[in-house]
Design a protein around this ligand. Sequence first.
Ligand code: MN
Length: 244
Amino acid sequence: MRSNLRRWGGKVKLEVTVDEAAGVVRYEVEDTGIGIAAADLPRLFQPFTQLDSTLSRHHEGTGLGLALVSRLTALHGGSVTVESELGKASRFTVTLPHQPSARPDKTPPEPNRRVVNERHAAQGTRILLAEDNEVNIAAFSDYLTAKGYDLTVARNGRQALELVAEIRPHLILMDIQMPEMDGLQTMVQLRATPEFRLTPLIALTALAMPGDRERCLAAGANEYLTKPISPKRLVEVIQTLLAA
Ligand code: MN
């Protein structure tokens, strides 16, 4: 960036505004750079994007910067917008939740805002939970539903296979010890079906025996978690797999 600027002889302006009413802080960065065509704006935040292969020879960079900014901002519950015109200035605005520490009113604290954003991200994401233990079902259901996921429960492997075909989940949580058909057999059958060969799948097991992890991964699991599973960790793994 710095070397590009030196070559352009351009200017960068940074403006930081606190919007108390909206509960946000805005970082606005404006340059006098090469600008961005309107048609290219949608691609801008995708990783490894250099908008023009001709330009990429003159303007260095990996094309990762904006993708990282966008991801990091989203993780903080914020957003990034851009206004630009080819050959003219570009203005990027990063908006983040802001909560002055000494504030007597009852604005929801930042974690609530985060929950709202997570719920938004999870909205419409179908998860199938194959699990026979009612206590685990209740715990996972409460947590994942509160996070905004659309959860369906199967009580054994056979039911899981039926429901997968029916609801076509975005991700599967698979207990290993289950009646009728266990998780390992279920995974093998799932992976033999071309349609569900790549559906992200997390194996959940209560008994961590040597070799369990390898058996689960060999049967087709993408990840393996040992109970007791922290709900927070579970959601982290779910989000990582869905983002991949
Ligand atoms: Mn079980």
